[in-house]
Ligand binder design. Structure first.
Ligand code: 2NL
Length: 371
């Protein structure tokens, strides 16, 4: 037996006897490592005569290959044994709960929209929706907004480059009022101008070319509209008080109406909500005239302008009504305590987890949390 064959024989014996992966690795280093016995033997080939190399080369290389193959085979066998051992001893406990899967949550804006729909449903209002891409007529003209009004300016409203077939400017609605305009026009059409009572809220996405800490280019608005006979400001104030008491879950809500101006209402009123401080925290309700109490502006409202009722094909001498508009994002911030409007639209899951509502455990006004 040549020297290389003897060396190979020795290592093959050790490999067969190796008890674990560490022992096998030690054998590999001793034989095939940088300073391993077989590696050193390979280096001697360089100093041999061509004849010697021709006979010794294949032997030494053969030894190297045989040891390398044996190590690989032994390693495979060890892995197989380890797997068999695990399969024989380990058990799956099928009664353990599964790992939790990522779960979505209800966005606070959607939650507030649901709450609004529920509160106003109790007052006999239905929910109306309409297109977000509107035209000049439904968004401005029908609402008695003059051609020269600043809200129509390019820098306040997102206009589309093309007009519609009739040459009318197309835009992203700046409020949900066009939904009410469409509803009133439909009612006028269906009743041949005779009209019938309308009680609705129109929640949805609205757009204005505006962006800072308190304004995002897309925001959510809810508008309310009542059209009936003999409607007056008293109905408006009672409706808003009833709505806000239910929404903020307080029976001591106070409202302050301040004279204002909107082209689509006359008279118009800005509505302030009274707040006070309870145990160091600012809360809606309580005594706004007390220490640290005050008023915060919440919504705009008024009696629907006769021109608007007429523009929709109804007779303002027969039908009167009130309307109001309010930011939903702001309503959510006040009730659930968020401080930065921009976070509403960042899509950060950590924020949603913190403020969002469990999809399977949504608080409802009728049932409460966990109902
Ligand atoms: C505000 C003011 C308001 C309305 C919206 C309205 C709609 C029709 C007719 C008359 Cl179809 N009025 N909507 C009325 C008063 C105020 O919103 O400050 N919103 C955030």
């Amino acid at each position: 037996m040549s020297a290389s064959e003897e060396i190979a024989e020795k290592y093959l014996g050790q490999i067969a006897a190796a008890g674990d992966g560490d022992a096998l690795e030690a054998i590999r280093v001793a034989a095939l490592g940088k300073k391993g016995e077989i590696s050193l033997l390979l280096k001697t080939l360089g100093k041999m005569t061509p004849e010697e190399r021709q006979t010794e080369g294949p032997k030494i290389n053969g030894a190297r290959q045989a040891v390398a193959d044996a190590i690989a085979a032994r390693k495979d066998a060890m892995d197989g044994e380890a797997l068999n051992a695990r399969l024989a001893t380990e058990k799956l406990d099928m009664t353990l709960p599964p790992p939790s899967a990522p779960k979505g949550s209800i966005h606070p804006v959607s939650q507030v929209m649901d709450e609004l729909a529920e509160i106003f449903a109790d007052l006999g209002f239905s929910v109306a929706t309409g297109p977000e891409i509107e035209d000049d007529w439904h968004n401005f003209t029908a609402l008695n907004i003059p051609e020269t009004h600043p809200a129509r300016a390019m820098h306040d409203t997102f206009y589309f480059p093309q007009t519609d077939e009739g040459g009318m400017a197309k835009l992203l609605r700046t409020h949900t009022s066009p939904v009410q305009i469409r509803t009133m026009m439909d009612v006028a059409k269906q009743t041949d101008g005779a009209g019938e009572p309308i009680y609705l809220i129109a929640p949805g996405r609205t757009y204005r070319s505006d962006s800072d800490a308190t304004h995002t280019p897309m925001f959510h608005q809810v508008e309310g509209l009542v059209i009936d006979k003999g409607i007056h400001m008293g109905h408006l104030k009672w409706t808003l008080e009833t709505f806000l008491s239910a929404y903020f879950e307080r029976d001591d809500i106070e409202l302050r109406l301040r004279p204002s101006y909107f082209p689509f209402t006359e008279p118009s009123a800005e509505v302030d909500l009274g707040f006070s401080v309870e145990s160091g925290r600012r809360i809606i309700g309580g005594d706004p005239r007390g220490e640290n109490g005050g008023w915060m502006e919440l919504l705009g409202s008024g009696m629907v302008h006769p021109n608007v009722i007429r523009n929709c094909g109804l007779d303002p001498d027969v039908w009167q009504g009130f309307a109001f508009g309010c930011g939903i994002d702001r309503l959510a911030m006040l009730k659930y305590g968020m401080d930065d409007l921009r976070a509403f639209f960042d899509g950060d899951l950590r924020w949603a987890d913190h403020y969002g509502f469990d999809a399977l455990d949504v608080p409802t006004l009728s049932g409460g949390v966990g109902a």
